[in-house]
Write a new protein. Sequence first.
Length: 553
Amino acid sequence: MADLTVSQLEDLARFAYEQGNVEKARERLAQADALKMEQAQARGDVKEFGYAGGAGALRGASGAVDLLGQAPELLMQLASGGGEKMMEILGLSSGRAPSETQQRALGAVFGDAGEQPAPSTVQQEVAKMTGGYSEYRSPLVAGQYGSTLGEFTGGAAAMPIGGPLRAVGSTVLPAIASETAGQITKGTEYENMARIAAALGIPVAQALATPALRRMAIGDPSEVQAYVKGSTRPQSVGILERAGVEDISAGQELGSEALMRLEGRVGPSLTSMGQLTRAVAKEAGIDTDAGVLSANVVNTNRQRLGSVFDQADDLAGGVPTQAEGMAAVNLVGTAEEFMTEGVKIPKALNETANTIGNAFIDGVELDAKTIKQMRAKLNEAIKRYSRAADKQIEYGLAEDLLSTLDDMVARQISATSPEFVDTLNTARQQYRAHLTMERALTGGGQGKASGRISPESLASATQKREGVSYVRGTGSDLGELARASQEVLTPLPRVAEGGVRFPDPRVGQLRDVIPSMAASRMQETLPMPAREAISQRLLERLARQTGGLLSID
């Protein structure tokens, strides 16, 4: 008998029982238990903990997979059978099918020899593949703790809700609590219930503590911008996410300064700035995965758009309409009203407006060459005046005249080359975004020099280009993106209102340990309403315990 394994002794016990020899079956089971104890003691507590833990992990994972495979049937049972079916699903009643090892051991003593085996499950197949190892139950306390921990973590790994590391990590405390409760009540009728109650008690306790932790992390609700009645912050977050700007912390999403400081997010991260830069580049017709815009990429895009306008100008030609002629002249007149006394409209802009206006009055056709010359002058003016803070009127006039010229060209080619109109209109939209992009990259600052667009530079560039439309929210799609990034990602001030400087961040670090941990662990749920967040986290925690709960006998 000394050469037989535990599994073989258990098989002999089953054979003896099937032959009707119950006493021999009990003898073989006793020998199996003695050998199991001898081997466990030889391994020692530490090795036994790992050995039993590995078996428990296989058991918990396979049990969870079995449950997933039976989910549709179990849901139907739950709907039709009420509370008793719920108890069966959780393994709290006699209706739960025992494992293969349990069938052999319990059946030899209490069962019927003629009972048919249950349909094969993943857990049973794993037991066969491992030679019965996955069904190993340690006789030592250390091994029993390892076994329970393995069952819970294995089940969580098989159903990694919220990510494998989080799922597995969240089951450690419930597993220890469950086994401790089982050890305390071992051998009593309350053992199973105690194990289950302890395992479920940890998630419930965590859920009960969540409101206080949320408050500690988020801070005073009256100081949270997303909680202010009529706040557009949730919509702004949605705009950014749809544009591909996804690296937004919970504090930024809520507009909670207290939470942002705990997160260390006093401003946009490099990742979020890269995502914002890509979103702006996309509006300008640049398809790139890079988070920065080099001068070469910007110039190449300008040349691409310029070639479209060159083609359009080649197809254009004719007499301007009255609306086009008067629009050009009136733009100059309006600009003159806002010019400083003694400052005149630049010659290039005046000549462009007069060319269009006089062509209408005299009935003179503007040919492709003349249109190209006007476009070149206006583009040069836009490029020059975009760099000068005191030339905003001239910059705006050049842009408005270029828009008038584009309207005229689009009208003219719609009659001769209608198939090109859509191409031209797309290029016009992209060029406006390109000009904003260039302006956002112009000026000092490390971010601009490296080709990154910040929320402040984008908002400033868009506001200067779109004016009152930016403030009203009636401008371009890029203006909408700029407003959203300015609202959500703008860095926190270094000085509070009233000139009070924020204290050294090292002050109060010990006090902020728990709020900081909460801010880190609850990133996904902090922006949710409290009731929804607590319910979701509780259900996730309970679901992760499936493997461990199913393994409780």
